[in-house]
Design a protein around this ligand. Structure first.
Ligand code: SF4
Ligand code: SF4
Length: 66
């Protein structure tokens, strides 16, 4: 499993700052989540950090790994 960032992203940087695995990086223009590095925050309490940090609805969505 992983999460991905959509065109709704406004590049506010919030998700990158809270990601415990450094899976989020600046893109051009929207941010990106590295599916191999994202572990769904499975190793930390409280579930995915990026989604509640994001101010834009629909900018971070669940994406099953292929
Ligand atoms: S789910 Fe967790 S590990 Fe994955 S991108 Fe979001 S904050 Fe980072
Ligand atoms: S928190 Fe949301 S709007 Fe901000 S950079 Fe991440 S995906 Fe984009």
């Amino acid at each position: 499993m992983s999460f991905m960032i959509t065109d709704c992203c406004t590049a506010c940087d919030a998700c990158r700052l809270v990601c415990p695995t450094n899976a989020v990086s600046k893109g051009s223009p929207i941010y990106k989540i590295d599916g191999d590095t994202c572990n769904d925050c499975a190793d930390v309490m409280g579930g995915p950090r990026c989604i509640p940090s994001c101010p834009e609805a629909g900018a971070i969505i669940f994406k099953p790994k292929a």
